[in-house]
Structures are given as structure tokens and as C-alpha cells.
Ligand binder design. Structure first.
Ligand SMILES: Cc1ncc(COP(=O)(O)O)c(C=O)c1O
Length: 449
């Protein structure tokens, strides 16, 4: 067994492209529920839901049954052919977003009733940006400086948290605005509060100064996840939407991680009372399988269509993953996982606050529902990033893994390391408590060493 393991890692070194960060030093054999299992039979609690996607845990029996049934009846089609799972999922997503948006400040073009089913998050943003460009006639795209929208061209051009250097020019017209970070505010009111309005006004004064008069859209996450679990303050998105409207820009919300109940509501935009013009969903929609969606209004879709909108891909409208999406909606609705994510998120948050009280290296606990973050700071210097936060973050991650917990740490310039904590929505109370215990022990072990 030891020889086979050595060979495995030798093959990794010889044959696997290193595509970002270090590989987790375990050979994963299977995954079930809230756990992944190593080849040696060790079980590891999955506090990242795979890559922030497996909201129903792993190998959920109903997803397994759907995949088995669907792969044997209708898997993939010519891209111009439609099938019942695709049209059913389109209708159900439109209904679900419509219900969430009821009574909120809507897209000017009407409710988001038109749906395009795709594969990945980057692809959904690509499709959304292409649509916004075609419909507005502009090409400039504004996003947060801490954003992550994906690795393909337009998505990567709007991604500022990592990966910009060394790949040559991006499409012209991408503009960054500062992320409103209440923990480290760039602007404060005279009483020390977070003056995000002043920051936003300055940001758009700079957008206007840089723009060549071709503004198309703002593409933003409602909670920046890869950017360090940063939740813009209440009121921010309504103000951002006004900035967009004043300039004829569309608002595109990327709910790759926050959509489908994770934050305690079906969609994160519900807290903000703001419905975007275009909504992108991905990761959580397939609960681990590659499925994404773009939703927009009838009016925007019609304008795009009139101008010859083209987003013709190999896996557009694929029935296999659409059937999975329908099952994901079945389970979320039946088990009321929005409510469950709120309750379990409260339990997780309470536990993290207790950890913060015990370990001064934990400077901030933030997030919503089952998407939480804790940021490491210098215990002797307020909110200053911890000296060696990357080392401490890596050591805590390693120790957690030894204890049986998988976490992900985000490292960005000017911040401490931030652990992203996003367990499956199907987690039990005991699993959340167990994860918290392991995290508590790991931070204690590392900071005592
Ligand atoms: C908010 C957000 N948008 C888009 C993406 C890209 O999705 P994908 O990796 O499926 O292309 C991610 C991935 O982390 C994300 O977090």
C-alpha cells in the first residue's frame, strides 16, 4: 500500500498539471454525505462542500437515482434540441427566482423569466457579459477588486482577486471598484462607522473618469467568497443598482456560491431587496455536477435575440444535468433547506464566535447562513493582518486535515488568512459541532506551538 501511494504521488508529479495551489495530500477514494473518505479509510468532514458546490452532501440518494435513471434514457443532445428536463428546470428556476423577487425592486425589464442552461460558473458569466454587451451596445464591465468570476476570458477579465498577472492583455474596458469591507473600511463616518456610500461615490467618479463612454454592466457577487467572505453592507446593492441605472448599465449578480439556499434564503439578493437584470447560478445548482444557468427578463432576452445573440455550446441545454437540477430543487423545496441553512448557519456562527473568544488570532467572524468566514489577525494589533497569516493559515489547515476536517483558506494581499466555511446544507447538528471542535483544537495547537 505504501508503495502504491508513493507511485500515485510520483504519477501526480509526472503527469498532473499544477493548476493552482497545492494538492491536498490525501488520496480520496469516495465521498458520502458530509464526508470524504481516503483510500486508507480515514473520513474527513467536508466543510467546503467539495468546491463550494455539494449543497446536498455527496452521493445524495436522490441525485444518485436521477443520474442512474437519466444516463440510461437521455444524456446529451444536439445543442438545438430541447427536452422536458431542460424546459422544466427553466420554468422552475424562473418560478423560484420570481417567488424570491416578489415585492422587491425589480429588473426594469420585468421578472427574470428567461433561462439559459449551461455548465460552469465562468461560462454562465461569459454568457451574461456577452448578453449585456449586445443589449447595451457597450463593452465596459465593472466588478469588485476582490472578485472571482471564473477562469475564461470575460469572467477572468472581471476577476481581480487572483490570476491577473502574466497572461497578457485582458479585453479592454474592465474596471475595478473597491470591495466594501466593513472589517477594514476604506472610509469611515465621523463616529467611526463604515462610510460605504462615500466609497461607492468615489468608485463611480473613477469609473466615469476611466470610461470611454461604453459602460455595459456591473458584474458582482452578493457575498464575495473567494475574496474572503465579504458581505457588502445592507443598502449597498440598492445604491449600486442606482449607479448602474444612471449610466444605462445592467446589473449582473453572480450567485454561484450564494444561490439555492446556502445563505438562509433562496437567493442572497433577497436580503438586499434588489433584483438584478441578469442572474447567474452555477456551483450549487448542480450540487456537485456541472450545471449553470443565466436568468434574465423577457425584454432583455428579446433585445439580445433581435441582435442575434449567440451562445451555442456543446453542453448547452443538456438533459442529464438538467434532470439533476430538477432533483436539487425537489430536495431543497421539500426539505426546506433555506430554513435549515439559516438555523444551522446560526449554530455554526455561534460556535465560531466562541472560537473567536478563545483565540485572539481570530479577528473577525462574518458571513451569512452556511457561508461563514473567519479572518486571522495579529492578536496584539487590532485588525492588522496576522504576521505570517499565510503560515498560520496553512498550519491550521494541515492540522485540521490530520484531525479529520477539510477547510479552505483564502490568502489575499492586505488581509489576514480567511477560512471559508461552507458545509453541505444537509449537515447534521453533530457534524457542525464536530467540525467546530476540530477547528478549535487545530487553532489552539498551532498557536500554542
Ligand atoms: C462567485 C463565483 N463565480 C464564478 C465562479 C467560477 O465558476 P467555475 O469554476 O464553475 O467556472 C466561481 C468559482 O469559484 C465563483 O466563486
Amino acid at each position: 500500500m505504501a508503495d502504491e501511494r508513493q507511485e500515485f504521488w510520483q504519477d501526480v508529479r509526472r503527469h498532473v498539471v499544477r493548476y493552482g495551489g497545492a494538492f491536498t495530500p490525501e488520496i480520496i477514494e469516495r465521498a458520502e454525505g458530509s464526508y470524504v473518505y481516503t483510500e486508507e479509510g480515514r473520513r474527513i468532514l467536508d466543510f467546503t462542500s467539495g468546491q463550494m458546490s455539494a449543497i446536498l452532501g455527496h452521493a445524495h440518494p436522490e441525485i444518485v437515482a436521477t443520474v442512474r435513471r437519466q444516463i440510461g434514457t437521455l444524456d446529451h443532445l444536439f445543442s438545438g434540441m430541447l427536452s422536458r428536463p431542460v424546459v422544466e428546470l427553466s420554468r422552475r428556476l424562473a418560478d423560484s427566482v420570481g417567488k424570491a423577487a416578489a415585492g422587491l425592486e425589480g429588473s426594469d425589464g420585468g421578472p427574470l423569466t428567461k433561462v439559459l442552461l449551461l455548465t460552469t460558473g465562468a461560462e454562465s458569466n461569459e454568457a451574461a457579459v456577452r448578453m449585456a454587451k449586445l443589449v447595451t451596445g457597450g463593452h465596459e464591465i465593472v466588478s469588485f477588486a476582490g472578485s472571482w468570476h471564473g477562469m475564461t476570458q470575460a469572467a477572468a477579465a472581471a476577476t481581480y482577486s487572483a490570476g491577473r498577472k502574466g497572461y497578457g492583455p485582458n479585453a479592454p474596458g474592465n474596471i475595478a471598484i473597491p470591495t466594501p469591507n466593513a472589517y477594514r473600511p476604506d472610509f469611515t463616518t465621523p463616529d467611526g462607522g463604515h462610510d460605504w456610500q462615500r466609497q461607492l461615490d468615489l468608485a463611480f467618479a473613477l469609473v466615469d473618469a476611466q470610461s470611454v463612454g461604453s459602460l455595459a454592466a456591473c458584474l458582482v457577487e452578493p457575498i464575495l467568497s473567494s475574496g474572503g467572505v465579504i458581505e457588502p453592507p445592507p443598502g449597498y446593492f440598492a445604491a449600486l443598482r442606482r449607479k448602474c441605472r444612471e449610466r444605462g448599465m445592467l446589473l449582473i449578480l453572480d450567485e454561484a456560491q450564494t444561490g439555492l439556499c446556502r445563505t438562509g434564503t433562496w437567493y442572497a439578493f433577497q436580503r438586499d431587496g434588489v433584483v438584478p437584470d441578469i442572474l447567474t447560478l452555477s456551483k450549487t445548482l448542480g450540487a456537485g455536477l456541472p450545471l449553470a444557468a443565466v436568468l434574465t427578463s423577457e425584454d432583455i432576452e428579446a433585445r439580445a435575440h433581435e441582435r442575434g445573440y449567440l451562445f451555442y455550446t456543446t453542453h448547452v441545454s443538456d438533459p442529464l444535468v438538467a434532470a439533476v437540477g430538477n432533483t436539487v430543487l425537489d430536495v431543497l423545496e421539500r426539505d426546506q433547506l433555506d430554513v435549515r441553512a439559516g438555523v444551522l448557519g446560526g449554530r455554526l456562527r455561534d460556535g465560531l464566535l466562541q472560537i473567536q473568544r478563545r483565540h485572539p488570532v481570530v479577528g473577525d467572524v462574518r458571513g451569512r447562513g452556511l457561508l461563514q468566514g473567519i479572518e486571522l489577525v495579529d492578536p496584539h494589533d487590532g485588525a492588522a493582518p496576522a504576521a505570517g497569516a499565510d503560515r498560520i493559515g496553512a498550519a491550521v489547515t494541515r492540522r485540521c486535515l490530520e484531525l479529520g476536517l477539510h477547510l479552505n483558506v483564502v490568502q489575499l494581499p492586505g488581509m489576514g488568512g480567511t477560512f471559508r466555511i461552507a458545509p453541505p446544507l444537509t449537515s447534521s447538528d453533530e457534524e457542525i459541532d464536530r467540525g467546530l471542535q476540530m477547528l478549535d483544537q487545530a487553532i489552539g495547537d498551532v498557536t500554542a506551538a
